[in-house]
Every structure is written in C-alpha cells, then in structure tokens.
Design a protein around this ligand. Structure first.
Ligand code: NIG
Ligand code: FE
Length: 405
C-alpha cells in the first residue's frame, strides 16, 4: 500500500475547502500523501514511510493552490494615461468610445510578437504566483483578428514553459469591436463565429469562449450567436455580464450552461435564480469595481440566498484592474462586497475551480484531486484575506511537484 505513494507533505495544518464542510476548520498537523500528481490520502498519524521523498510544512497552513479564474494577463502597452484622465473625471465609457480603453491595448498588442507578449506577461504572473496561484485563466481579446487572437492564446499557454503554473485559455474575440469593423458589429460577430471559433477549437488553443455583453461591448443577440458557435465546437462558455448595466447577459450565459458569469454588479434576482438553476458560478471582480470607483455592488445576499457559488478573481488587465495580487482581491471581496474571509477563500479555491470546469479535480484537498497546494506562514485562514503586502507564501505544489515562490 505504502509503496503506491511517491511523496509526503508532513506536518500540514490543512484547510481542505471541501464544499460540504461547515466552516473552514483547520486540521491538526497531518500528512498529505501523493501518488502520480494526485492526492492519494490524508494521514492523521502524520508518519513518513521510509524511503519516500517528503516536504516538512513545520505546522504551517496548507490550502488548495489558489486559482485565478479570470485574467487578461497577456497584452502590450500600458494605460497609465487613462488612469490620469479618469482621475480628472473622464468616465471609462467615454474613454472607450473615443478610441482609448480596450482599443488602445489592441493597437499595442497587434504590434507585439508572441514572444514579446509572453515576456511582458511574466512579471504579472509572478505577482499572482507570489499570492498562492497555481492555476490561472488567461483570456485573449486584445488581438481581434484571427492571427492576433491566436498569437495571444499561444503566448498565454507558453507561460507554462517559463513558470511552475497551469494556464487555462479563454477566447474573448468578442471583447470589443475592432476599428476595421466600425459600425458593423454583426459582421464582426459573424467573423468570430465562422472563422475564429472554429480555428481556435480545431487547434485546441482555448477551452472556453467569453463575450463582453454590454452597451460598449456586444448585445444579447450577438452574445448568443457566439455562445451557439462555441457550443457547436465543443467549447464551454462564460460571460462578462452585468458590469455596467443589466442587459440579461448572465441569464443568457446560464441558458448555455455557462461555467461562470463575471462582474455582475447589476445582476437582479431573476438573473441570480438563472445562475442558481444552471449551477453557473458568479465570479466577483472587486479590483475592477474598486479601480472604476463603481458604487453598485454585486447582489451578495441574493447570491447567498439562492446558493450560487461565488468565485473571486483578479481580472488583471491594463484598463480596469491592474492588480497582480489574488489575496488583495480576497481582502477587497470582504471589505467592498461584504464577503466573509471563508467565502473569499472558497472564491479562490473550490468555486474558482468550478468556474474553470475543474470542480471535480482542483480547488480542494481531497482524495483523488490534483496535488496542487499552497503552503502559508500564517496562523489562521482569515489572515489570507486580512493582512496584505508581506510575503506569506512559502511553497507551492502543482501536480505533486514542489515549486518555491
Ligand atoms: O474585465 N470588461 C471588459 N473587459 C475588461 C476590461 C478591459 C480593458 O479595459 O482593457 C474587464 O474589466
Ligand atoms: Fe475581464
């Protein structure tokens, strides 16, 4: 039996994040035993079988590796100038309508090579890794041509060969209307559905497709076309929905069994019920809420009441959330949205895994799940949401392999 085990993590005070657990109890020091990159079992007797490689946690806290389930980590250029404009009172929507915003990043991203995009993303990724991230979702959406969207997705995937990380890629060709299609949103959506989605699916460059369903993005009908095409090509769907207004994008996402509806500040009860019925995750993005100085909070009480799983993500992007720090997002989720630190921790572990389609294999310390762990020098799990800015992560495991920070 013991010979089946190939690695042991000793003296681990485990916060397992099982969805059934009531509260997030911390275990007494015990051993987590791996086999072939999976959690084989948890041994309360905390023994090291002879001849097996091991890592001693010295009674530190062990959580599932954190999962950032919504980022735009790959892009070129920077938008500090727009930040200055917004601080002088120019709204985000006005900047976007005047060719700034997403389109200014599109311009810079089109000019960059795939290798340059990967290199530019590395320091951003390092910020996330330092806050416990072992899996990150990265969207395209700043290319908006077939080749540039493909270039972004390949640049994102290539990060796996530079860092100890798992990358999930999402096609977000329906992020903004590119200048060459000005006034022809329907034709652009036809192009996305007929050319981009089939090519990306065929080359297996993404596992899901996202849409910016908003007055400054795409309308419901256009979003539905994208979801239909995605489904026809075997890809999962998710949406940027109800961020600035209530168009009904979350309910649409739910109708297509979406993995998640993201932002959702303007979501109403009908939308919450739709998410609940399809088991679609509500992904909260407090960084964008904070950075845009939004005042409409997502409907946390309704989400709780209808038992919609809530994830928290960084939404790292140059325009609305330039924050490469997932524990800071947990802090913001608590302070700005009223989540409990336990909900915040679920938001970056089990619920974030579900938002990426990995609910049955990641985001929990559980027999048979992937051996992806974060080891923290903190006493209590609430500290992960509480104190910020100090290095507290001491090690991470991905597929049972140790990686330092
Ligand atoms: O998630 N909402 C749309 N997309 C991004 C913003 C992208 C940008 O401004 O560059 C978001 O907030
Ligand atoms: Fe986003």
């Amino acid at each position: 039996m013991q010979s089946e085990i190939d690695f042991v993590v000793l003296n681990a005070r485990i916060v397992s994040m099982l969805p059934t657990a009531n509260g997030y109890q911390v275990s007494d020091p015990c051993a987590i035993r791996f086999r072939d990159g999976k959690i084989h079992d948890v041994d309360p007797s905390n023994l090291l079988p002879s001849g097996i490689a091991s890592f001693d946690c010295n009674n530190q806290l062990v959580t599932p590796g954190f999962i950032d389930c919504h980022t735009h980590l790959v892009f070129a250029g920077n938008r500090a100038n727009e930040y200055e404009m917004r601080l002088q009172g120019v709204p985000y929507q006005t900047i976007a309508q005047n060719g700034g915003g997403i389109l200014s990043t599109v311009k810079a991203t089109r000019q960059a090579s795939q290798e340059e995009l990967t290199q530019l993303a590395l320091p951003r990724l390092d910020g996330l890794i330092r806050t416990g991230v072992t899996s990150v979702e990265i969207k395209s959406g700043y290319g908006l041509t077939l080749n540039d969207e493909i270039k972004m997705l390949k640049a994102a995937k290539a990060l796996e060969s530079h860092r100890h990380i798992r990358v999930s890629t999402t096609l977000l060709a329906a992020h903004a209307l590119p200048p060459e299609y000005a006034g022809q949103a329907d034709s652009y959506i036809d192009f996305v559905c007929q050319e981009v989605i089939p090519a990306v699916a065929e080359q297996q460059l993404a596992t899901s497709v996202d849409v910016f369903c908003e007055s400054i993005g795409f309308n419901l009908q256009q979003s539905e076309q994208v979801f239909l095409a995605a489904k026809q090509h075997g890809l999962a769907v998710k949406g940027h929905t109800e961020q600035l207004s209530n168009l009904g994008g979350s309910a649409l996402t739910a109708r297509y069994q979406g993995l998640s509806a993201d932002h959702i500040e303007y979501l109403d009860e009908a939308g919450v019920i739709a998410l609940s019925n399809s088991n679609t995750v509500a992904t909260l993005l407090p960084g964008a809420f904070y950075f845009l100085r939004e005042t409409q909070s997502p409907p946390i009480e309704l989400l709780r009441h209808h038992q919609v799983p809530m994830a928290i993500a960084s939404d790292f992007n140059p325009g609305t959330s330039p924050f490469a720090d997932l524990t800071m997002m947990m802090n913001m989720g608590c302070t700005l949205f009223g989540l409990t630190p336990e909900e915040s921790l679920r938001g970056v572990t089990c619920h974030a895994a579900q938002a990426l389609g990995y609910g049955a294999s990641r985001g929990q310390i559980r027999v048979g799940f992937d051996a992806d762990l974060a080891i923290w020098d903190v006493e209590h799990p609430a500290e992960l949401s509480y104190q910020q800015g100090m290095p507290r992560l001491t090690a991470r495991f991905i597929k049972g392999e140790l990686g330092y920070v």
